[in-house]
Structure formats: C-alpha cells, structure tokens
Design a protein around this ligand. Structure first.
Ligand SMILES: Nc1ncnc2c1ncn2[C@@H]1O[C@H](COP(=O)(O)OP(=O)(O)OP(=O)(O)OP(=O)(O)OC[C@H]2O[C@@H](n3cnc4c(N)ncnc43)[C@H](O)[C@@H]2O)[C@@H](O)[C@H]1O
Length: 283
C-alpha cells in the first residue's frame, strides 16, 4: 500500500500515465491524492479528466482554480462555451461531459487525513487559519457547490474582492474562501492576497510573503501538500510540500509519497511545449 500525492496535471494526459507507471500505481493497493488543476492548457484535458474519474475509487481530489472555472463554463450557454479555448471546449461538448462535470463538482477544497498526518489544498491556507478552521470553511463552500444553489455560486465566484474576514456572509464569503484555497500565492500577514504576483519568492512586493512563510502563521499539526504555483517548483519546508512543478509549461510532473518515513519523490517529464507556444511565451 502506498499513498501518492500528485501535482497539477493541467490536461497533461501522457505525463500522467507515465507518472502512474513510474510509481507502479496498483489500484488494488494504492491511493492517489490529486492537488487540483486537473485540466486546462495541456491539450488533453478531456482524456485526463476521464482518467482521474476512472480512478475515483482510489483517489482524493481537491479543486483548483482551473477546475472551478471548467465547472462554471459547463453551466454556460453553448454560444458562450464556444468562446473558451479548444482544450476546454472538448470537455464541455463531450458526450460524457455531464457525468464528468457533475462528479468534479462533488470534489473538495480541502482534504484532511489525520491518521496519515496530511492535509491537501490546491493553493494555500491563510497564515492565521488552523487546520480545523480551514477545514470548516472549505466545507461551507463544498456544501454549496454540491447542493442545489451551485449555479448561483458559480456565477458569483469570480473576482479578487473582498479579502477574507470572518464576518463576511453570502457570496462574498464564499468568494473570499475560494480565492484562498485555489488562487493564493503571496499574501500579507493579515491575509490580503497579491493576485497579480506569480513569480518566484523574492520577486514579490514589499509586505507580501509566500503564504506558508508569513510571520503571523499559526503552527499546524498536519503536513500540507499543495500545488498551483508552478514558478515556485518543488518546495519542501515549514511543514509544506508544494509539488506543482510546471508539467504543462514543459517542466515536470511530480508525485510525493505521503505514507513513507523517508522523502520519496518521483518525477517524469511534462508536456512537450509546441515551438510556436514557447516562442510566444518568450515574447
Ligand atoms: N475567482 C476565481 N474563481 C475561480 N476561478 C478563477 C477565478 N479567477 C480566475 N479563475 C480561473 O483560474 C484560471 C486561471 O486563471 P489565471 O489568472 O490565468 O491563472 P494563473 O494565475 O495564471 O495561474 P495558474 O493556475 O495557471 O498557475 P501557474 O502557476 O501554472 O501559472 C501562473 C503563470 O505562470 C506563468 N508561467 C509559468 N511557467 C511558465 C513557463 N514555463 N512559460 C511561460 N509562462 C509560464 C504563466 O504566465 C501563468 O499565467 C482561469 O480558468 C480562470 O477562469
């Protein structure tokens, strides 16, 4: 038996399959934790989503910003859906789109396994949130997303404001919680998120900290595994294991074994970025 956490797949189907081979994944024995952003940009989001869905009996998944966005797109009118990129259009116009997206919507914002000693989120936790507090806030959003009112939540989900405050109510509260769990990289000690800052630590503006380094952070009893921040790369420290190693950008796809005394990491090469796309990124 092994439990492996896997970083952001982002529609990189080939790399995902190679990584599962590399860790010798055995559905009779092993469990997988996916850190979110299963889809978008990789070109094979439909195949990737089908693969993870087929592994669902063995998998724990948290939602990333790209996953939430896909769920929201799935609820729009066809003429609006035709305006999204080709990778996501293939998902929303697939014959099995409805079961795939309904299943995706049932996934969590935070997964906690006290016995194993780990918690998983896509992006991060606010410095002052304890594991219990964060888990309760994640569950508030999950209940709404999984319930009848989910369409209204999806319509009201986008936006950078307000910053988190425990007195928030309604959609502002949901939005602030979603932004922490799925979009944060840097934040101020009081929890203001620098949404526009996506570079490596040191590149951020004054007063902003990587979320896991904030001087106001509370001690946490569980190790945390997360993804989302591809320019950070593999980062292990302060009780956090960040494992988005930029597979979709031509980096690597990473698996980290959670039930091992020693640090066990397996990586495969990520997507081969088409030359035209790479040239565009250099501009
Ligand atoms: N309130 C909300 N609620 C829910 N969903 C919401 C939301 N607001 C937005 N969304 C959704 O979130 C999605 C993404 O929005 P974006 O705003 O495009 O997301 P992002 O910050 O660029 O982050 P990403 O998650 O892609 O992270 P990564 O580190 O890989 O990439 C970060 C950056 O690094 C750069 N990068 C990294 N490596 C690179 C490389 N090798 N080459 C070129 N660029 C690279 C890229 O510029 C990239 O943009 C959209 O679908 C959007 O709809």
């Amino acid at each position: 038996m092994a439990v492996w956490a896997i970083g952001d797949l982002q529609g990189c189907y080939d790399a995902t399959q190679r990584l599962l081979e590399r860790i010798r994944f055995d559905p009779a024995r092993d469990r997988l934790w996916f850190c979110g952003d299963l889809v978008n940009r990789g070109g094979e989001s439909l195949e990737t989503l089908r693969l993870v869905h087929s592994l669902r009996a063995n998998a724990s998944i948290v939602l990333g910003n790209h996953d939430l966005s896909l769920i929201a797109i799935g609820e729009r009118r066809p003429e609006e859906q035709r305006r999204v990129n080709a990778d996501l259009q293939r998902v929303v116009f697939a014959d099995d789109a409805r079961p795939l997206l309904d299943w995706l919507r049932q996934q969590k914002l935070m997964h906690v396994d006290r016995e194993l000693g780990w918690a998983m989120v896509h992006a991060g936790l606010l410095p002052r949130w304890s594991i219990d507090e964060a888990h309760a806030l994640a569950q508030e959003v999950e209940a709404r997303l999984q319930g009848n009112g989910f369409r209204k939540l999806l319509r009201n989900m986008y936006g950078n404001r307000p910053m988190w405050n425990p007195r928030l109510t309604g959609f502002e509260r949901y939005r602030a919680i979603i932004n922490v769990f799925t979009r944060m990289r840097y934040c101020s000690p009081r929890g203001r998120i620098a949404f526009e800052e996506k570079g490596t630590p040191g590149s951020q503006s004054a007063g902003m900290y990587p979320w896991y380094e904030s001087p106001e952070r509370v001690p946490r009893e569980l190790s945390i595994v997360c993804g989302h921040w591809s320019t950070l790369g593999l980062m292990i420290g302060l009780g956090v294991h960040a494992i988005d190693t930029g597979a979709v950008w031509g980096g690597k796809l990473t698996a980290l074994q959670l039930d091992s005394e020693e640090l066990r990491i397996r990586q495969v090469k990520g997507r081969v970025v088409p030359a035209a796309e790479a040239a565009q990124a250099d501009d």
